[in-house]
Design a protein around this ligand. Structure first.
Ligand SMILES: [Zn+2]
Length: 458
């Protein structure tokens, strides 16, 4: 347990710095650091420089690495004389955001960072510039209070998460792994509270499903559309393939850790098995559809056709048809497994070939780590509430954590949202994205409390 007087003093210091924290978040949201997928898009450098200048005012040095001229990965060590101290904790975040499609659909300007109803509105406010601001302010407020940590605290906010991380954490791991290697780390991935059978519950995302694409290609034979019987229409040939994709039955597994905690989540007494899972999901779904849906996603690989392309001209019979499927695999399912599933689907259909492309491998850190109690203590201190249950979760999307886990860091996807903040208002990747200021303040407290619980001997 961290020193309780110091903990209390620091939580109060966050409340006193309320306006400064909000202003920093607004400034970062106003930087249009939009990742389009093009290596030269992103423009995260101005955001990194803004944070670097802010940290410098309180004597915290930060390095900016530039994978491309306009992109920047910022790494700051709280105390540069403690580079080898242990244990070590890494605070992770990303400064890029997804594009704004149709600005006219937004109620407030997407890069205006206007405040309405105690929320900051703007692209990236929720995903995840609020966390960036809270992590920077955690270092600043600790420094201002003159807190000396026994271990090493590193803050890394990088580019390019939204399009795969090649120029962000991926580049950093490849070129400067020593800047990110740490015993423990936290990143986005989990943190919305739910009310379950055991009261308030926070899920700590310990792992992520893999993400792959199956590309099916159906070859036919073209001919002028006025004599279609002389062609072999690739669109018609795709029918059987589409039917099989739609009816694909994935193997079911209850190995994800969350299935061992359904008593607290949903008040179930019986053990969940592969045999009773469907019946349990149906039952849970009646009272809590989103929980049942999440459990379903944690129990199987998902496979869905998401893009289709065929033909080149309306008066020619289609020679080719391509179907792309989005695949989310479980931690035990590798690329070879997914390839075997694609082969089964395509089996015996004339003219079908396929390939599987892997975006991210599934990966996980153990819930059984001493770091877990630090995260739990920090969350309780930040919320001023001891009555919280923590459960392990599997993220069904992917984050930068997958790029850094191979360095050996135990990483939890966990940045808590305030219980009074309605998660449906966050609109991440959507119009009217926004962040509740209560959550922004809570996260600043959480990152400070985490540094104290993990790195300060009492
Ligand atoms: Zn994000």
């Amino acid at each position: 347990m961290a020193d309780q007087a110091l903990m209390k003093q620091m939580m109060d210091a966050v409340d006193a710095a309320h306006d400064e924290i909000v202003e920093l978040c607004q400034e970062i949201v106003r930087v249009p650091s939009v990742s389009f997928g093009d290596p030269d898009s992103g423009d995260e450098l101005p955001a990194a420089e803004l944070i670097q200048a802010k940290l410098a005012k309180d004597g915290i040095e930060a390095d900016i690495y530039k994978p491309r001229p306009n992109r920047g990965n910022l790494i700051a060590n709280y105390d540069k004389d403690k580079k080898d101290a242990s244990p070590s904790l890494l605070l992770m975040s990303h400064t890029d955001v997804v594009p704004v499609e149709d600005e006219s659909q937004w109620t407030y300007p997407p890069f205006g960072a206007e405040i309405h109803d105690n929320r900051i509105y703007g692209r990236g406010a929720a995903d995840m510039k609020g966390t960036v601001a809270s992590q920077a302010m955690a270092l600043i407020l600790l420094k201002r209070a003159g807190v000396e940590l026994d271990g090493r605290l590193t803050f890394a906010t990088c580019a390019d998460e939204e399009t795969g991380g090649v120029y962000g954490f991926g580049w950093q791991v490849e070129n400067h792994p020593e800047t990110l290697k740490a015993d423990y780390a936290v990143n986005e991935g989990g943190g919305d509270p739910t009310h379950g059978a055991a009261g308030m519950i926070y899920e700590i995302a310990t792992g992520e499903k893999g993400r792959l694409e199956m590309h099916f290609h159906i070859a036919g034979k073209g001919f002028h559309a006025s004599q279609p019987w002389r062609a072999d229409n690739a669109i018609y040939k795709a029918q059987e393939l589409i039917r099989r994709i739609e009816n694909y039955e994935p193997e079911v597994s209850v190995e994800a850790e969350i299935f061992g905690h359904l008593d607290k989540l949903a008040g179930l007494d019986e053990e969940v098995t592969v045999d009773n899972l469907e019946e349990i999901l149906e039952r849970v779904g009646k009272s809590n559809y989103s929980l049942a849906s999440k459990l379903r996603a944690c129990s199987r690989m998902t496979l869905v056709a998401s893009m289709m392309n065929a033909g080149v001209k309306s008066n020619s019979v289609a020679e080719n048809c391509t179907i792309v499927c989005d695949v989310r695999s479980l931690p035990s399912q590798d690329k070879a497994y997914v390839e075997a599933q694609a082969a089964k689907i395509a089996e015996g259909i004339d003219g079908v070939t396929f390939h599987v492309h892997e975006t991210s491998i599934s990966n996980a850190s153990s819930f059984d780590s001493p770091f877990r109690s630090n995260v739990e203590e920090a969350t309780r201190a930040a919320l001023g509430n001891d009555d919280i249950t923590f459960l392990p979760g599997l993220t069904v999307g992917f984050t930068d954590s997958r790029l850094v886990r191979p360095l050996g860091n135990t990483i939890y996807g966990f940045t808590p949202s305030h219980p009074d903040d309605d998660p449906s208002l966050s609109g991440a990747h959507n119009i009217n994205e926004s962040l509740g200021i209560e959550t922004l303040i809570l996260r600043t407290k959480y990152h400070i409390a985490l540094a104290l619980s993990t790195l300060k001997k009492s």
